[in-house]
Write a protein that binds this ligand. Structure first.
Ligand SMILES: [Zn+2]
Length: 400
């Protein structure tokens, strides 16, 4: 969505400054907003009226306070009239959600792929499911602001093309093209579409729907089949020159270590990722179906010695990676997410112990390390958060 004309852009920027402010500080009045963002009260009143009419804001009933007269009307982000769609194209299946403007799930669905090796057929299935979900959302009278997509691989953020998803075997996939073809003639035909890497969008879920003042800079470390990070610095997703920033799964943790899918040896991916763990345990096969993973987690929980030792080793390397992320980005918080967290303390404790040893040796306070607030929905909700992130920062949408 390209906004043309300086006046139009300026107005949209002012409107979205108000939205972002109210997201961070609910219940401000028009006068509070005017003072906070430096616009006149009359301009704010005009913009707030539009935002209320369009479903972004709602206002409480007027409150009379007796002798003090009428109190300014508190404004709220409206949870009832607008929706954001998000989908994660995961390994073996996709997860779809519709959320409101504050990140609460309205509708959700899982889509099992018929043939995971055929990206076009997977996109077709997911598109159909998205249309069905959008219809359910629209029945409630909600308008859909946009659709976000989270992909397990490097994404060109301008074109939305997926370069390569090693754990799916998908390469050079025109994500917007495939989805828009399926959306023709449906109520999703014209919705804004945004595509980004899975760890990047999961970072946005934490950032957009959390207390932004206490988490920026933020690094979201995703540990599933592979390892990746989403990095937010000063209100912006750090995407890098080609969109590959945060590919920490291919930082080297052990010179001469095990071979990685990227061609290097000793990468974090090959030492921490579930794909590598499965390969280690199953002597070479790293297909990683849900059944295999379920069995793996169950055996770990039952105390299988070989698996617990492998998970413990992976945890120690996670501690090394946490140290490297800390040193590289100096974040306020590192959030951990992804399927590997299901190993619980068998995985986390050695990681945090190693991380603490490095912090103690350096005599520096380490950043907070927390678990994702959204669990297995982190990427799908993050994909929907990507829509809010872009729409509320209209200058990001301008062509360079
Ligand atoms: Zn690698």
């Amino acid at each position: 969505m390209l906004i043309t004309g300086d006046q139009q852009l300026l107005k949209q920027m002012n409107r979205m400054v108000l939205v972002r402010k109210l997201c961070r500080e609910p219940e401000l009045s028009r006068a509070d907003l005017a003072a906070a963002v430096g616009l006149t009260k009359s301009t704010v009143s005009l913009l707030v009226r539009e935002l209320v009419d369009e479903g972004w804001f709602s206002e409480s009933d007027l409150v009379s306070t007796g002798s003090l007269g009428r109190r300014p009307t508190p404004l709220h982000i409206d949870k009832t009239r607008l929706a954001l769609l998000g989908t994660e194209f995961g390994i073996g299946r996709a997860r779809i959600v519709a959320i409101n403007l504050v990140g609460e799930i309205l509708e959700s669905a899982d889509v099992e792929y018929d043939d995971a090796s055929d990206a076009a057929s997977c996109f077709k299935l997911v598109a159909k499911s998205l249309i069905r979900l959008a219809k359910r959302v629209a029945v409630d009278g909600r308008s859909i602001l946009g659709l976000g997509v989270g992909l397990h691989g490097g994404v060109d953020e301008k074109s939305g093309v997926l370069h390569y998803a090693p754990n799916l075997g998908w390469r050079d996939i025109d994500t917007p093209g495939l989805l828009k073809k399926q959306f023709q003639g449906s109520l999703l035909a014209d919705v804004p579409l945004f595509v980004q890497n899975e760890a990047d969008v999961a970072a946005l879920a934490e950032f957009e729907f959390g207390d932004q003042s206490s988490v920026d800079p933020l690094v979201y470390l995703s540990i599933g089949h592979g390892v990746g990070a989403g990095v937010i610095v000063r209100d912006r997703l750090l995407t890098g020159f080609r969109g590959f920033a945060g590919e920490v799964g291919h930082t080297i943790l052990q010179a001469g270590g095990p071979r990685c899918s990227c061609g290097r040896s000793g990468c974090a991916d090959a030492l921490i990722g579930l794909g590598a763990l499965l390969a280690k345990i199953k002597s070479g096969d790293k297909s990683g179906s849900f059944a295999e993973l379920t069995t793996l987690f169950a055996k770990a929980e039952a105390g299988d010695a070989a698996i617990c030792e492998a998970v413990n080793d992976a945890g120690k390397f996670l501690g090394v990676l946490l140290n490297n992320i800390w040193v590289a980005f100096d974040p306020m918080r590192i959030v951990l997410g992804g399927a590997a967290l299901q190993f619980g303390d068998t995985f986390l404790k050695p990681a945090l112990d190693v991380f603490k040893e490095y912090a103690d040796a350096a005599q520096l306070p380490s950043p907070d390390v927390t678990l994702s607030r959204f669990g297995s929905d982190a990427v799908a909700i993050g994909a929907a958060a990507l829509v809010r992130y872009h729409l509320t920062r209209p200058y990001n949408l301008q062509a360079p």
